[in-house]
Design a protein around this ligand. Structure first.
Ligand code: ATP
Length: 285
């Protein structure tokens, strides 16, 4: 038996635009996505000689073939036509669920990356990302990682200049958002403010964190904020502590803020912890 290890990094959407609904029911998106240091450690035992098994430290996460990490392993072994002789997947869930941080997708991508590495990189990065796309829309980005302009359902990817080093504060309100419900809602509202994705790319190329912060924009933010005052509350606390920008990620409900220094980040963190149980610091990776 052999054990493999990999970190499954969470993602943030620096920008997120919905361009329209497609004939297949999915939406065309355009988003600059960024991996951050918050991660789930993922371990895989290969060749256990026992039925497939999964162990996770959170009871609300399915530990069977419904789990995206399990689906990723099954998809990989089917693709390479191999039998691992039994596997056990262990995940320590640090990434909050229903948060817009791509937790399940990150775990799936980590499984794909470590299996491909173990089997001599038999799939090209493009093949691995495409295989990830069969599991979930965010998985191709999570396979690649870094700072990426994603289009289509997320499968059309182009690396853009990396995000400048900074301190990111994240806070998860108690409520979670159903992504399908939110997509249905966005179809019925007029999106007043779209992100400037080209401007964001130029800002990233300049390496100027203030320019990047000015262009952070997510079309889902006002839709979720309208129903949940917690989003505005978290932003108000972060902004009062000097945040350069604060914004909901993905379909929520995590709000992230770019903080100017550790002192202000810790101040905001202490205030938020009085109300919210999930508050964390991270940096771009
Ligand atoms: P996204 O940012 O892609 O919208 P999310 O923040 O909504 O993701 P996830 O952590 O991906 O949240 O979890 C969404 C649901 O997916 C969970 O409620 C859980 O039942 C299911 N799920 C399947 N596999 C996993 C996994 N490995 N980790 C977490 N959730 C998983």
């Amino acid at each position: 038996m052999i054990t493999l290890h990999e970190k499954a990094y969470a993602k943030l959407n620096l920008t997120l635009d919905v361009l329209g609904k497609r004939a297949d029911g999915f939406h065309d998106l355009k988003s600059v996505m960024q991996t951050v240091s918050l991660h789930d450690p993922v371990e895989l035992d290969l060749g256990t000689g026992e039925p497939w098994k999964m162990i996770c430290d959170r009871e609300d996460i399915p530990c069977d073939a419904r789990n995206l990490a399990w689906k990723a392993a099954a998809a990989f072994f089917a693709y390479v036509d191999r039998d691992p002789g039994g596997i056990t997947i262990r995940i320590q869930k640090n990434i909050p669920s229903g948060a817009g941080m791509g937790g399940g997708s990150a775990d799936a991508a980590a499984v794909l990356r470590m299996l491909n590495r173990h089997y001599g990189n038999s799939l090209t990065p493009e093949e691995l990302a495409a295989l990830g796309g069969t599991i979930g829309s965010d998985v191709p980005f999570c396979v690649l990682g870094g700072t990426v302009m994603c289009e289509g359902r997320g499968e059309i990817m182009r690396r853009v200049p990396e995000m400048p080093k900074c301190i990111i504060l994240g806070c998860k309100p108690e409520f979670s958002v159903s992504t399908p419900v939110l997509f249905r809602k966005i179809d019925s509202v007029d999106i007043c403010h779209h992100p400037d994705n080209d401007g964001m790319e130029k800002a990233l190329a300049s390496g100027d964190l203030n320019m990047v912060a000015e262009r952070i924009c997510n079309v889902f933010d006002p839709v979720v904020s309208a129903d949940h005052p917690e989003i505005s509350h978290i932003k108000t606390v972060c902004n009062a502590c000097g945040a350069l920008a604060s914004q909901m990620t993905g379909s929520g409900s995590v709000v992230f803020a770019i903080m100017p220094d550790m002192e202000s980040a810790e101040k905001a963190m202490a205030q938020l912890k009085e109300t919210y149980s999930r508050v964390f610091l991270a940096e771009p990776v």
